[in-house]
Design a protein around this ligand. Structure first.
Ligand SMILES: [Zn+2]
Length: 153
């Protein structure tokens, strides 16, 4: 089985029910795959080591077509293979704990506390570009009057 890193298979990194349903190609090219390996090695694997068990990846690579189909941002870093959405459904650490750990200990480009409440986000979006180019920016996404708004936190 082809792997992105020790704990991420290519299948998991590209799986999308929407892509399957709409028959959308969701295979990354070499450039995108290189970006996926960078975030997997530099961010996901150190995080997983601290978490001490599996972390669900809800969305990782998205082709432009898939991103459009799910209504993602037109400049989504998922399309470059540079972002992943992680979720705590395996129960080792909460989303809030993973968010704080990444913020304090790891190099990242942008991280988003996705909805939820003050105690825990519904999921965490995190991206990685390169050690030199990462902005280290944290945002919180909230729905206000039915629209998604982002503010720095
Ligand atoms: Zn995301």
């Amino acid at each position: 089985m082809e792997k992105i890193s020790e704990h991420i298979t290519l299948r998991e990194a590209t799986k999308s029910n929407t892509a399957l349903r709409l028959n959308i190609n969701n295979i990354p090219n070499d450039y995108q795959t290189g970006n996926m390996v960078a975030i997997a090695i530099n961010l996901f694997e150190p995080l997983r080591k601290w978490v001490g068990g599996a972390i669900r990846i809800n969305s990782f690579y998205r082709s432009e077509k898939l991103n459009q189909a799910i209504g993602g941002s037109s400049r989504s870093q998922h399309c470059q293979g540079r972002a992943m959405d992680i979720d705590d459904n395996f129960g080792h650490k909460t989303n809030a704990e993973m968010f704080e750990y990444i913020r304090k200990n790891l190099n990242y480009d942008q991280m988003i506390w996705e909805f939820g409440n003050d105690a825990n986000p519904d999921w965490v979006h995190v991206s990685y570009v390169s050690k030199d180019q990462n902005r280290g920016r944290c945002l919180r996404a909230e729905r206000i009057d039915g629209k998604t708004q982002y503010r720095e936190i």
